[in-house]
Design a binder for this molecule. Structure first.
Ligand SMILES: Cc1cc2nc3c(=O)[nH]c(=O)nc-3n(C[C@H](O)[C@H](O)[C@H](O)COP(=O)(O)O)c2cc1C
Length: 184
């Protein structure tokens, strides 16, 4: 386990993982894809059910079709690769949690590899249905999102209606012992 100065470095790397939406056109090396999939595979899940299947997508036309599902994910068209997360569809609540865990691991691992990742949410139920059709996913499965991966150009949000950056201060989001109580 990392300790001392190295621990600070690792923590800083994790703290500064951002959503990447702008990528260089260079392909993601297969070795890096294998590393990412291995990290995904070892993610913990509810009762270790491992309720996922991953689709590695580098076909430009497929990425373009997905990017057209809705305006907030048009940037997916210019990603060299994406990993779609398909869930079993058996336990919606715990699978949603597991999906979040595996997504965050992919984002962190991408950054460690010198890449960057961005979550793309397919949208509402009709968008999910369309994404499943594009990707050939059986209807009984759940498919809500993908993580686009590539060499980052910038962490800027290029969309016309960008998400607000930064984070709330700890004083606003942390209590001690009881909700709303500050540290004595
Ligand atoms: C569940 C979920 C869905 C998201 N969907 C999208 C999306 O569809 N399009 C997009 O550009 N970013 C999406 N994001 C990324 C968020 O906008 C991003 O995490 C947030 O703005 C913080 O970005 P930052 O870490 O770069 O500050 C999603 C994130 C999560 C957790």
């Amino acid at each position: 386990m990392a300790a001392g100065a190295n621990a600070r470095e690792v923590l800083e790397r994790i703290r500064t993982v951002r959503q990447i939406r702008q990528f260089r056109p260079d392909p993601v090396p297969q070795e890096a894809v294998n590393d990412l999939l291995e990290i995904a595979r070892w993610t913990g899940s509810s009762r270790n059910t491992q309720p996922w299947h991953f689709i590695v997508i580098s076909d430009k036309e497929t990425l373009r079709q997905i990017s057209r599902l809705r305006p907030p994910i048009t940037w997916v068209a210019d990603a060299p690769l994406a990993i779609a997360i398909v869930l079993d569809g058996a336990r919606p609540t715990s699978e949603a949690y597991d999906e979040g865990r595996v997504s965050e691991r992919l984002l962190i691992a991408a950054q460690v590899l010198g890449l960057g990742g961005g979550v793309a949410w397919f949208g509402d139920a009709s968008h999910e249905t369309e994404a499943k059709r594009i990707l050939g996913i059986p209807t009984e499965r759940t498919a809500r999102s993908m993580v686009a991966i590539g060499y980052p150009i910038s962490a800027r949000d290029p969309r016309p209606n960008p998400a607000r950056g930064g984070r709330k201060p700890l004083s606003e989001i942390v209590s001690y012992e009881r909700f709303g109580a500050s540290k004595r």
